[in-house]
Design a protein around this ligand. Sequence first.
Ligand code: ADP
Ligand code: MG
Length: 251
Amino acid sequence: MRGLRKEYGALRVFDCVNLEVAEREIVALVGPSGCGKTTLLRCIDGLIPADGEVSVDGEIVREPRSGIAMVFQHFGLFPWKTVYDNVAYGLRMAGVDRAEIARRVPHFINLVGLSGFEKAYPYQLSGGMQQRCGLARALAVDPRVLLMDEPFAAVDAQTREILQFELLRIWERQPTTMLFVTHSIEEAVLMGDRVVVLKGRPSRIHEEIVVDLPRPRSRATLTLPRFAELRERVWSTLMSEAKKAEFQIGS
Ligand SMILES: Nc1ncnc2c1ncn2[C@@H]1O[C@H](COP(=O)(O)OP(=O)(O)O)[C@@H](O)[C@H]1O
Ligand SMILES: [Mg+2]
């Protein structure tokens, strides 16, 4: 992203966003509600226009293109399609031939732990299983860039924890460039190589925090003193303005 700016009429959502994500890097994007995280992902995906430049592999993004996949907060599955057909959807759209689809779909269903549920419909699945399906669908197209918008926000806390570690395991097997939005500071530090803090009105990248924790990451990562340090660092960056606002109310 170079000098990226987005306006909705008089509302300038973000401005001067410059961010480079390296191949196989995981970048976690955090910021207060309404600061434009979802909007930024949609601009990167080419779903909505913005001023400035987004490029992937040196190619400017002007519309949705192959190679970029999105995982949505509310799963974004087709309720009338089975797990198999939801996962196959992107491949069919991309014109991948039947034999290749029949080879890839079971692989990705297995990768996310949904084997045996190929014929199930989304309403028959728990939230966690639906998001596994959303993840399989995104991974099946073998994306160069995986965008995730609060992918675990709609599942319960235990499921969320399971899915975080599953995603890390999948990434270890198949490292993909990832940019994901989360409102969980712990999740950002656990998963990311870098945490990018977006804030202000219009919002800008306020700080980038390098997460120098070793990989593979696991539950043990959560107990490292360095993990706690980084979490506090992200927290104070994110909260400094919220605190200021709080004190303004009293004066
Ligand atoms: N289609 C739209 N038209 C007008 N304003 C929008 C639209 N989408 C989002 N916004 C506004 O842009 C701002 C950023 O929204 P969003 O990207 O959803 O924030 P976040 O994901 O960080 O919570 C909000 O003020 C929101 O009301
Ligand atoms: Mg959002």
